[in-house]
Design a protein around this ligand. Structure first.
Ligand SMILES: Nc1ncnc2c1ncn2[C@@H]1O[C@H](COP(=O)(O)OP(=O)(O)OP(=O)(O)O)[C@@H](O)[C@H]1O
Length: 578
């Protein structure tokens, strides 16, 4: 047995080779092993003692060990070992040279293709040069179809437009940790978290790559969690309401609107619900400030506590003070012991609507209460701690009214530690129509009608009108349209808009056009003809012969006109008396 000869044969392949005897003692190692271990220390050692873990991967009767890259060599070694029966153990490990460019590339490709994150790389010309398996799954495209194409060919956009890859290439600035909803092949959005980096070599920009994580699942989970919380909360509110009315009728689920703005607002408001800070809601009249205030209250931890609302514009100053802070008996003539709204709200919410209409002197008193978190009833001495959250609403720009001296700046800072801005309806076209459909449905049920939507002309007007009264006005207009539309009509039309609303909604010119159209010559003539015939019929007791004579036309012609003009013959009369 020439151990050295066999060993030498095996080392031709630059392998990591060890040969053991029957007692599993290492009797020979290849020079590769020498590079790693001191030979003196390894010869004579028990293989098991040195490599206890690797024995798990011992395969075959000859106990030839295989490693990731060693298959080819293992087979060769097995053959040798089979020939030279005397060797019990031949351990082979390919010692790949990781400084070798090709091997490194091979390994990097392997790593890139096994990653769960999508990777796409483009070169200086914007050609896609790398596209890994995860990116294939993310975009539902095949690497073989897209590699080699220019970005704009692969993703179907105009070559003159700039993709993010091209922007990063041009500027050299990375985009890091950005989150976006990206509609891929089938148009269904996937939510990705991605970064895009330029690649430079020897000071020259040679390409761009991006790494994308598919976060759709996470996003779905998050939405489901929020939805669940919302449902739980609504249930809680319903339960609360059945036991004790908390003074609200809205929750986030009753907020209508499909636009991104409304969805984002709800998300923002849900977060606000979890905090205790005072909140200012800014928005034009009728945008739903109170709807949001109630929903925030009902989503928060104190939803069981009362929601108390007051419109500051509607109440004279001295009365407002008594209502907000309460009174003690005898404070002024007729004053009773009365709890104020601050006290009534307890640990719930006090909603101060139209705060911009509150007189400045009253604002000063309110500021003091908010600063001290204590309230004293009018005419009283004792103070009571204020525990409620204050949500205020204004329908003008806070900056404008501060500048005009109608809102104290220090009060503004107090009430607006959080701020929510509700955009007007005209800035969210998508909501105009989907809210309209909601109202149509509501009034179909109430009025027993079956309207499906708008005529194209009216639909256009609905979207282009600027809705200064926002959702409140929209509902008002739809209520009127629904009352006026005929019972069996499926569409709401311009003609259904009440006259007094026409010029409001459509502008003076368009409205007068409609009125002119309604009173066109043929219609006017028809009306006159109808009126003359009806008058004559009445005069002649609905006797056809007499009437036709009176009108100077033949009987058949009169009968034809009665039918054509839709003249209804009174039931009690002896019809068509001859
Ligand atoms: N997003 C919405 N979803 C459902 N209803 C809404 C929405 N926004 C407003 N509304 C409806 O519009 C009407 C006005 O809403 P709300 O009273 O909350 O408006 P506001 O901004 O507080 O008005 P104001 O400033 O005049 O007090 C209510 O009837 C409410 O039901």
């Amino acid at each position: 047995m020439d151990v050295k000869k066999v060993g030498k044969l095996l080392t031709e392949y630059e392998q990591w080779v060890m040969i053991t005897n029957e007692q599993q003692e290492i009797i020979w190692t290849s020079p590769m092993i020498e590079k790693i271990y001191n030979r003196k220390n390894i010869i004579g050692c028990k293989f098991d003692d040195l490599f206890p873990m690797t024995l798990d991967s011992v395969i075959g009767s000859n106990k030839i060990m295989k490693t990731a890259y060693g298959k080819k060599y293992s087979i060769k070694a097995k053959k040798i070992a089979d020939e030279k029966k005397q060797y019990n153990f031949i351990f082979i490990h390919d010692l790949e040279d990781f400084s070798n460019e090709k091997i490194r590339l091979h390994c990097l490709e392997k790593i890139i293709s096994s990653l769960n994150d999508g990777i796409i790389m483009s070169d200086a010309q914007g050609r896609i040069v790398l596209y890994n398996n995860a990116q294939e799954k993310l975009e539902e495209l095949k690497g073989k179809d897209i590699i080699g194409k220019y970005l704009w060919e692969g993703y179907n956009y105009k070559a003159t437009e700039m993709s993010e890859h091209q922007k990063v290439y041009k500027t050299g600035e990375s985009i890091v940790n950005k989150y976006k909803a990206h509609a891929y092949k089938d148009g269904i959005p996937k939510y990705v978290f991605y970064s895009t980096y330029p690649i430079e070599k020897d000071g020259e920009r040679i390409g761009v790559f991006s790494i994308s994580k598919n976060e759709t699942r996470l996003k779905t989970l998050l939405s489901e969690t929020i939805e669940l919380k919302r449902k739980l909360n609504n249930k809680k509110v319903e339960q609360t309401k059945s036991h004790r009315d908390n003074g609200t009728s809205y929750t986030f689920s009753s907020i209508m609107g499909d636009s991104e703005q409304v969805k984002n607002l709800i998300r923002e408001a849900e977060t606000i619900s979890l905090l205790d800070n005072n909140l200012l809601i800014v928005g034009e009249t009728g945008t739903g400030k109170e709807v949001f205030a109630q929903s925030i209250h009902n989503f928060g931890k104190n939803s069981k506590e009362p929601f108390v609302a007051i419109n500051c514009a509607a109440i004279p100053e001295n009365l407002l003070e008594s209502i907000l802070f309460g009174t003690v008996k005898g404070a002024y003539t007729g004053a009773l012991d009365q709890v104020g709204l601050f006290e009534e709200a307890g640990e719930g919410t006090l909603f101060l609507d139209e705060l911009n209409s509150m007189p400045i002197s009253m604002q000063t008193k309110l500021l003091r209460v908010l600063q001290e978190r204590k309230v004293r009833r009018v005419g009283g001495l004792k103070t009571t701690p204020v525990s409620c959250r204050v949500i205020s609403a204004i329908n003008e720009s806070p900056q404008k009214i501060i500048k005009e001296g109608r809102l104290r700046q220090d009060l503004y800072y107090r009430i607006a530690s959080l701020c929510l801005y509700i955009p007007p309806l005209r800035e969210r076209n998508q909501d105009i129509l989907n809210m309209s459909y909601f109202f149509i449905k509501k009034y179909n049920a109430l009025l027993n009608k079956n309207v499906k939507g708008f005529s194209p002309e009216l639909s256009e007007i609905m979207v282009s009108y600027n809705w200064p009264g926002n959702v409140r006005e929209l509902e008002h207009v739809l209520e009127n349209l629904m009352i006026r539309v005929k019972q069996d009509e499926k569409e709401l039309r311009i003609e259904d808009i009440p006259k007094y609303m026409q010029s409001l909604i459509m502008g003076e010119n368009a409205a007068s056009k409609i009125q002119k159209k309604a009173n066109s010559l043929p219609e006017t003539l028809r009306d006159i003809e109808k009126r003359i015939i009806v008058e004559s019929l009445n005069k002649n007791d609905w006797n056809i012969s007499k009437t036709s004579r009176n009108l100077g036309i033949i009987r058949q012609s009169l009968k034809y006109r009665i039918k054509k003009l839709g003249i209804e013959v009174p039931k009690m009369e002896s019809v068509y008396k001859n």
